[in-house]
Ligand binder design. Structure first.
Ligand code: BYC
Length: 327
């Protein structure tokens, strides 16, 4: 509970009925394409949903730095090491931006981090899988960043000012990540037989998590309807998944790589991609804490939190003021 808002408050049928006049004004503003700012009136459900989504997104950025981060010391060559370090640093910066956007809704960063470390908060499914070879980092930087860009470019047009502005800035940096990832994939896909095999194996490992990345099918998604009504989400999970397939399957094929799904095809009549069921049971297991790396990821974050505690304590000391040098 913080302020008068509980994020665990159950969504009920009359959740929009708190003040019909204010609600109508709020919805008209969204309809006109104006942004909602932190000091504006907003329905409790809008605040609760935004906080849930932005907080999860922020956690995804800082946990998302881990699979690639473990490869910094092993990156092939100095240039790639520098580029990977810059990318990982950017992801942490995205987390900072998003925690700040979430804080405008009334929850402290400390509480958000506590919820992450105790396993109460969710973060993106994809970061609970291991990056086994260098090729895994290439596939993450190309295709997971591509998937994230599709989601974020779309939602940057959303109704909440602080989130949409944070997303715009994040997308600019993500587009460099995508180029970096693509360059690494191209190098491997056009390299030796062994390198090509390595990148194909990485793609095989990551395909299912990437299909899961956009969320459960629209028929199952619990939050899409209300989020789209209030223009927090501008496209549904299935629409974003289709957009990803449209843009990236041809690029994957162009590199001579294959997608590990024998049923993947674009239906010429509907224009929609058809694909095999990507095992949604696995998705639910992973996002609820039982994926291959969930425990390891949280253990690393806990270690970081504990080993950085002295820095935070020192910074918060009332006498820890910066004294400008005299010269
Ligand atoms: N992973 O009703 P639904 C990056 C949960 S980081 C985990 O469809 P919604 C990067 C969902 O939360 C960028 N959980 O939800 C960083 C809900 O559970 P709760 C990551 C998921 O919100 C470093 C339940 O399933 N991007 O790019 O309408 C290196 C029902 O789902 C997932 C974002 O975080 C998932 N994939 O739509 C490299 C995007 N999907 O909360 C790269 C921001 C669903 O009721 N988030 N769930 O317990 C979103 O856009 C939306 O939240 C989603 C889901 C589209 C993901």
């Amino acid at each position: 509970m913080y302020g008068n808002l509980s994020i665990t408050e159950p969504a009920s049928a009359d959740r929009f009925a708190e003040d019909p006049e204010k609600l109508a004004e709020f919805e008209a503003k969204i309809e006109r394409g104006e942004k909602i700012e932190p000091t504006d009136w907003m329905p409790r459900e809008y605040r609760r949903q935004l906080l849930r989504m932005i907080e999860q997104h922020a956690h995804s950025e800082i946990i998302g730095a881990l699979p690639e981060g473990t490869w910094i010391t092993r990156a092939p060559g100095f240039k790639r090491k520098m580029a990977l370090m810059a990318k990982v640093q950017d992801e942490i910066g995205h987390g900072q931006l998003l925690y700040s956007a979430a804080e405008t809704l009334g929850k402290t960063r400390e509480q958000m981090l506590t919820d992450l470390l105790t396993g109460k908060a969710k973060y993106s499914n994809v970061f609970n899988y291991p990056a086994i070879t260098w090729a895994d980092t290439a596939v993450i930087a190309w295709l997971i960043d591509a998937a994230a860009i599709i989601n974020q470019v779309t939602n940057a047009k959303g109704s909440y000012g602080p989130y949409s502005r944070a997303l715009e800035r994040i997308c600019t940096e993500e587009s460099f990540h995508l180029k970096y990832g693509y360059d690494n994939v191209v190098t491997l896909a056009t390299g030796t037989k062994k390198q090509k095999e390595m990148v194909q194996e990485a793609l095989n490992r990551w395909w299912k998590p990437i299909m899961h990345f956009f969320g459960p099918p629209d028929t199952v998604s619990q939050h899409t309807a209300v989020l789209m009504r209030w223009k927090v989400k501008i496209a549904s999970n299935d629409q974003m998944r289709q957009q990803f397939l449209d843009s990236y399957v041809p690029k994957i094929w162009e590199l001579g790589l294959t997608v590990p799904d024998p049923n993947l095809r674009k239906n010429p009549d509907t224009g929609q991609w058809e694909y095999s069921d990507p095992d949604w049971d696995e998705f639910w297991r992973v996002i609820n804490g039982n994926g291959p790396c969930n425990k390891e990821r949280l253990a690393v974050r806990r270690w970081v939190e504990e080993s950085g505690a002295w820095v935070r304590r020192a910074l918060m000391r009332p006498d820890a003021q910066y004294v400008a040098p005299l010269c």
